[in-house]
Design a protein around this ligand. Sequence first.
Ligand code: K7E
Ligand code: CUA
Length: 762
Amino acid sequence: MKSLVVKATVALLAATFGMGTALAAESLQDVMKRRGLSQQDLMAAAKTYTPTGKRDEFVAFSSGGQSGQIIVYGIPSMRILKYLAVFTPEPWQGYGYDEESKEILKGGWIEGKEITWGDSHHPAISETNGKYDGQFLFINDKANPRIAVVDLRDYETKQIVANPIFKSEHGGAFVTPNTEYVIETAQYAAPLEGKKFYPLEEFNEKYRGGITYWKFDRTAGRIDVAKSFSVEFPPYSQDISDAGKGPSDGWSFSNSFCSERYVGGIERGRPPFEAGCSAKDTDYLHMVNWKKAAELVAQGKAKKINGHNVLMMDTAVKEGVLFLIPEPKSPHGVDVTPDGKFIIVSGKLDTHVSVYSFEKIMAVIKAGKFESKDPYGIPVIGMKDALHKQVALGLGPLHTQFDSKKCIAYTSLYVDSQVAKWNFCDGKVLDKISVHYNIGHLMTMEGDAVDPKGRYLVALNKLSIDRFNPVGPLHPQNHQLIDISNEKMQLLYDMPLPMGEPHYAVAIEASKLKPGVRYKVGTNSRTDKPHPGAVRAGEERTERKGNKVTVYGTLIRSHITPEIIEAEVGDEVTIYLTNLERAQDETHGFTVSTYNVHASIEPGKTASVKFKADREGVYPYYCTEFCSALHLEMQGYLLVKPKGWKPSAKKEIAKATYTEKDYQAKLKAIAETQAVIDTVVGFITSTNFKDFPDVVAMVEDATDQLGKIPDAKAKHEAAAAKKDWEQAMLWAEQVFQYQVKAADIGLRAKTYLEQKGAKKIK
Ligand code: K7E
Ligand code: CUA
């Protein structure tokens, strides 16, 4: 009886405190019930969920819209990996806060005017034979016509070029099949000469559009401004562009809106732009034979405007490199099919997409059978003569992407908030899926290349309305992942994009990306050249010339050398810092209180900050990345003294009171730590660690730290001999610090080897 009572009590307790059976793990059914998940949800989760430590199949680069940056995320997990600073300062990476990156931003100033923001729209990955090669990334700024180059070896912006003749642009960045050129098309027509005013009454005569072909030098990894050129276009608002491929390689296609050349003036009692710009039934698709245009420029047939080669319309017409084709009114996207045979234009205000045949277009050009000429004398090819098909897809078609399956395309329908799957060869609509909500661009995996990978589609939606937890009137945008590997499309996942309005994105197979993990010691990452301010360990120094103080410093766990920088009010201070680490991800940051500078210095990099020490005082500086256990101690003082300041009396820095006992205790700690190090070293050297470059780098770093011990050891022993216990204790502590860092790296290497299944060799 008694035992029964005990049993009952235990059971009651177990129930009350959730012990016993209630503690057993929840079943999948339990979780589904608790979270209200359907079978369909579970399927979607299984298709996107990426377990810890596992990686994504594709990496997407999304425009950051008004943030002027690029957002990098993985597919199918939709995990954000990084923001790349491009047109706007980005403090984490020191972009715009260190001298090297300021130079890059300066490249994007327009005629000496500083610009610190950008409206980035279309990223493009470099191509080889029409395939994504994963080497470079380009993106445009619509607001201040510019193109930026990002090197995918280190994910850093290397160059920004400002368009010499446009005032705005939209049709960039699009690359030719071997990245010979990066294309940028104007948007709102304006006079091509820089700071020149003409009244709107002279719009038709003096305002112009155009297209720029930025020559890309792959070896240098930079745009070659001198070898770049433009072709003058009429003042029709040019929009998106695309480069031909395969049979259409050598041509580029740019559509337009407002070929009405309407100039607005609501305040002057005229109907607004939106009415005047959409009155006609058609606008124009512009076609340029860029290969021939480049030859003409090389032959000196271009005109210099603002020092830039521009092939004028009359020359372009005379030489047969510029043609127009009518397209349904106010189109938006133009996309060349992977086989290069068709050009797909989306109607925007129409329900149709128009599929033009490159073969038919060429036949018209060959026969010289043009329908008419536009007011600037450009031959116009008849729409019917160029069309392969027109397909009714739904309301507001905008952009088109392609599948790995032949003839299969996906088009975004802005007004319908849908994606249409269709066949551009036979014009049949195959499937439609609703997205939330108004979709702009869409993207399939490598969907711009000659060999799209299919699999997934991302809908880049503009409004997220009720999709996410509210965060104020400005909502995040919604990137929706859709599975396109089956006949019917399946919506898998919603990802809020918390940065700008991303217009377009490109995704590449992750295996094609091979970024490095460290720089050659002393590299200026923005020029890829040795940095003149770099020094090696032991070469650190501070120089003063007149009122210029220049510091040549280094960073390594866990100290900044130097630890004291002295200046006088009014001095110009430049601090060069080289990160001596080789270990992966051992980045140190650097800032000085109050002076608005910051640098992110990855292993091997040299970066600098510069400022005028214009206020007297004591300014701590420190490392901003939590890089090691003694990260907080990675510090120093900038002392800005009044001009001509002298200490009133000779005063020493206050001493601590360490005793022989402290010193002996430290020696004991050193001996114990050495034992740990010996075990770790024993483990590492008993494996094939040399087969793992990351471990080799870590071992080098650890050896570096250990190599500093004899010098510090000699110092503490000499001080101990003189019974200077303060010095003896502190130098012994420094020995201990070197040991701790070596042990830390060693243990990391050991874990790495264990996880990667290193083999025992002895
Ligand atoms: Cu359609 Cu700038 Cu390509 Cu926005 S753009 S959506
Ligand atoms: Cu280096 Cu914190």
